[in-house]
Design a protein around this ligand. Structure first.
Ligand code: NAD
Ligand code: TYD
Length: 351
């Protein structure tokens, strides 16, 4: 059945994989990618779709309410998959207001537009909000985040995402908008902006620069290959139940330092360097303020109810990721020239 779907943040890391999956898998769907093209949005992520007739790009800001209302009136969208966000914890520590604007106000603008244009027909439309496991806060060594875990966000980023999740639930409860939310663990894979741990280390190893490890490197993250996240979003969009939350994760926990050791090994192999060469770049630096110790998702519900599970083992996914970054030098060069240099200097020079 033909559908018109608005995907927000489709030029970013995860969004570009979601757009690609939907455009290629559902030729009958019209996919609209709405993106402001911030530093994290990059149309080079989607060059392979430029000639697809069911793909449309719209440049715009979700914080601009009148623009969003007009867009919804112009197009009769069947559904929204909302990914647009400011997404980096370190930037949220430096500049929380941008996170409140985009992640909170931007989400509410989309909810308002959906509420007004879908009035009387809520059962025929779906608002799917893509969120993060960071809303649940930080775990000690034991336990997992479940869909029922209370929210306890600890950074300006996670607080802004938690707030947006609450608004989505409030709009369902109050106005009966049909909604689903998913909360996913840390993603990795091709097209991730090199401010995040894995691509930052790949880029630094390439340029023989120090690998900055916050604190003692003992913080734990649960890593999922981005294409598996996109597959989960597809399954949830089509089979998820109204009002439900789905946790998405890989049951794949790594301390940062173990992960970086593994990455160094893979990089040495791929670059034809003697094993142990890249490890010498590891440098312990001042910890992130309020650094969450551990994230770990229990992804049983999505497996039992929707049949989704990750397709890739971490070692395999990490090799694929490294291969992609080494094969796409131009992408990396383009993204790390200009403003990235200023960002890097500000974040890391006095750490
Ligand atoms: P990203 O930073 O790579 O991409 C965000 C995209 O949103 C960019 O293309 C950017 O241009 C766009 N955008 C930002 N502000 C906008 C605005 N005001 N109007 C329109 N577009 C705007 O982020 P990502 O890592 O791809 O994350 C996508 C979503 O998934 C986010 O909502 C994030 O919270 C969530 N998430 C991310 C992870 C992860 O590990 N990266 C894990 C779980 C959930
Ligand atoms: P990041 O990729 O920023 O994701 P998140 O903060 O959303 O989990 O960071 C992953 C982990 O790596 C986190 O514990 C912080 C740590 N980290 C470093 O040790 N050094 C770095 O330069 C970066 C960017 C992150």
């Amino acid at each position: 059945m033909s559908k018109k779907i608005l995907i927000t943040g489709g030029a970013g890391f995860i969004g570009s994989h979601v757009v690609r999956l939907f455009v290629n898998k559902y030729p009958d769907y019209e996919i609209y990618n709405l993106d402001k093209l911030t530093y994290a949005g990059n149309l080079e992520n989607l060059t392979d779709l430029e000639s697809s007739s069911n793909y449309h790009f719209v440049k715009g800001d979700i914080v601009d309410a009148s623009f969003i209302n007009q867009l919804f009136q112009e197009h009769s969208f069947d559904g929204v998959i909302h990914l647009a966000a400011e997404s980096h914890v370190d930037r949220s520590i430096e500049n929380p207001m941008e996170f409140i604007q985009t992640n909170v106000i931007g989400t509410v603008n989309l909810l308002n537009a959906a509420k007004e244009t879908w009035k009387g027909e809520f059962d025929k439309h779906l608002f799917y909000h893509v969120s993060t496991d960071e809303v649940y806060g930080s775990l000690d060594e034991g336990g997992f985040f479940y869909e029922t875990t209370s929210y306890d966000p600890q950074s300006p980023y996670s607080a802004s995402k938690a707030s947006s999740d609450h608004f989505v639930r409030a709009y369902r409860n109050t106005y009966k908008l049909k909604t689903v939310i998913s909360n996913c663990s840390n993603n990795y894979g091709q097209n991730q902006f090199p401010e995040k741990l894995i691509p930052l280390c790949i880029n630094n190893i390439k340029h023989n620069k120090p690998l900055p490890i916050y604190g003692k490197g003992e913080n734990i993250r649960d890593w999922l290959y981005v294409v598996d996240h996109a597959r989960a979003i597809d399954v949830i969009y089509h089979q998820g139940k109204d009002g439900e939350t789905y946790n998405i994760g890989g049951f794949n926990e790594w301390t940062n330092i173990d992960l970086v050791h593994l990455l160094c090994k893979v990089m040495d192999k791929k670059l034809g360097k003697e094993e142990g060469t890249s490890e010498k770049l590891i440098t312990y630096v001042t910890d992130r303020a309020g650094h969450d110790l551990r994230y770990a998702i229990d992804a049983t519900k999505i497996k039992d109810e929707l049949g989704w599970e990750p397709s890739l083992q971490f070692e395999e996914g990490l090799e694929k990721t490294v291969d992609w970054y080494l094969e796409n030098e131009e992408w990396l060069e383009n993204i790390t020239s200009g403003n990235y240099q200023n960002y890097y200097q500000q974040q890391y020079e006095n750490r």
